[in-house]
Design a protein around this ligand. Sequence first.
Ligand code: FBP
Length: 337
Amino acid sequence: MDHAAEAHRTDLMTITRHVLNEQSKHPEARGDFTILLNQIVLGCKFVCSAVSKAGLAKLLGLAGETNVQGEEQKKLDVLSNEVFVKAFIGSGRTCILVSEEDEEATFVEPSKRGRYIVVFDPLDGSSNIDCGVSIGTIFGIYTVKDVDNPTLDDVLCPGSNMVAAGYCMYGSSCTLVLSTGNGVNGFTLDPSLGEFILTHPNIKIPKKGKIYSVNEGNAQNWDEQTAKYVGKCKFPTDGSSPKSLRYVGSMVADVHRTLLYGGIFLYPGDKKSPNGKLRVLYEVFPMSYLVEQAGGQSFTGKKRALDVVPEKIHERSPIFLGSYDDVEEIKQLYKAI
Ligand code: FBP
């Protein structure tokens, strides 16, 4: 690293400056999205700090509550949810919030309401929190039809209606990946500045990858297509090399690697969980939006993931996402049935 050049690095493309540049392409824009995004960034910085000092600050372990998914909430789950809910309402730019940690959607009171809807998983990868493995925050953003009369119909709609999506990964570095419908960009938190700086401009997922990512512990319950596809990854019959298995068990970390290196991440449905595990609104949709914006595909086993119309806010769906050619292979297997 050329520290001298680094120290004189003065043209800082922060995430706010990047979004302001994007905004300038939309003369009708009033800056509401930038204000909302700044609150998302604030929440991510807070959670990043809390996660990095969790062991010291006694923030590891259980909060003693159970969430709507029937999962025991971690202290950091509860803390992250609180920070984001307050940040979103505090922005004055939101009207409906859907969080993995809250059973019901939050309807913001009229005096503090704005036109954006945020669906989010405040801390994804809970099973990895206490062992310090990468975890993250996932979010998707919609606009409401009538800000004076927001309804659940405004959020129980196709993922393709989203106007933006992203995640923030709390790992060896803190990386925020964002799309506002015009490609995907990655920003790394510079702790010395407290700013997210553009480090991964215009992310394009490789057309085909060498990695598959799935919890093989569920293999006995897989359907024929998933079993056949994973079998082909391990024992290819076309003379190509076997794919490598990589599985962190945090969707943010597994999808981040897939976006950068290519390959496929799958959480299929199976005999035990026909709809898989991952939630449509705040896991499947935002990640599918990013993967498509980066040139990949996202499929449920039946259709394009972003075409799903959820009936409930915590609905689950099988998901196969990643490099275009890899997902195309599994689509052909499901088409053949
Ligand atoms: P939460 O931790 O937010 O509930 O997310 C679910 C999740 O942890 C994903 O991040 C991950 O991809 C998946 O579950 C791992 O599930 P499993 O342990 O069954 O492989």
